[in-house]
Design a protein around this ligand. Structure first.
Ligand code: ADP
Ligand code: MG
Length: 244
């Protein structure tokens, strides 16, 4: 096997003495699309947030591209550029156009010139099918378009892995498909991704592997086929079998 892009080892996280992640182990290979599924409150968001230290883990290691991001010696601001993050709420700056939203971190964090940043922003927005929306403000865009701007913004920094936390949950049903399509295209281009989603049909179709979380632990993992062929007592199978 290759060196994993993301390697989570014996990860624990407590909030005020309450353990919400317990002994999480997960390796994600280059180009792999891993879904994290499970009931609300099982720890999916906390796990993703630990992976770029929006939350500080209590114990364990998270190795991205060979570097343990939990180590105090690691410059997390460098590593965050390698770990693209997309949230349910798109978190775009409302007073900036689509291209300005994408250019911001390229300018501030990567010190690109305005011309370089604009060129990269246009390339990534084009990939997301937004070439006609470059100078639109978030309020002038649909939710699906805003989420695709947020994805373009993360991709623009050249991440090694993309973490997406319920990227379609805030969208009207008719806009979900365009964001799922954007994820299919990222996958086709070889991006490594960890996706938290309740879109079980999409998970069954697109996942290379699924990790089912329950009460702070990964309790079952497998390909969609492996999980779906488990017995009726399997919580992962029950969860994954949901209609949409
Ligand atoms: P999921 O994304 O699977 O719904 P979360 O990771 O959001 O689950 O939450 C896991 C558990 O951690 C829940 O019990 C939640 O209440 C708790 N939790 C999450 N964030 C915090 C926080 N900042 N402070 C205290 N408890 C939290
Ligand atoms: Mg969550």
């Amino acid at each position: 096997m290759n060196q994993p892009i993301l390697d989570i080892h014996a990860l624990y996280k407590s909030f005020n003495g309450v353990e919400v992640l317990r002994n999480i182990n997960l390796s994600v290979q280059p180009g792999e699309l891993v879904f994290l599924i499970g009931p609300s409150g099982s720890g999916k968001s906390t796990l993703l947030r630990c992976c770029n230290r929006l939350e500080e883990p209590s114990d364990g290691a998270i190795v991205v591209d060979g570097i343990n991001i939990i180590s105090p010696k690691t410059d997390i601001n460098v590593m965050r550029q390698r770990i693209g993050m997309v949230f349910q709420q798109f978190n775009l700056y409302p007073h900036m156009t689509a291209e300005e939203n994408v250019m911001l971190a390229l300018r501030r964090v990567q010190a690109k010139t305005k011309e370089e940043a604009r060129e990269i922003a246009h390339r990534e927005l084009n990939r997301m099918g937004l070439s006609a929306r470059l100078t639109h403000y978030p309020a002038q865009l649909s939710g699906g378009q805003q989420q695709r701007v947020a994805i373009a913004r993360a991709l623009a920094l050249g991440p090694r892995v993309m973490l997406l936390d319920e990227p379609t949950s805030a969208l009207d049903p008719q806009l979900v498909g365009e964001v799922l399509q954007a994820m299919r295209e990222m996958k086709a281009e070889g991006m490594t991704m960890v996706v938290v989603s309740h879109e079980m049909r999409f998970a069954r179709e697109a996942a290379d592997r699924i990790a089912f979380m329950h009460a702070g632990q990964i309790v079952e993992t497998g390909t969609p086929q492996e999980l779906l062929s488990k017995g009726p007592e399997s919580l992962a199978r029950q969860f994954l079998s949901q209609r949409h």
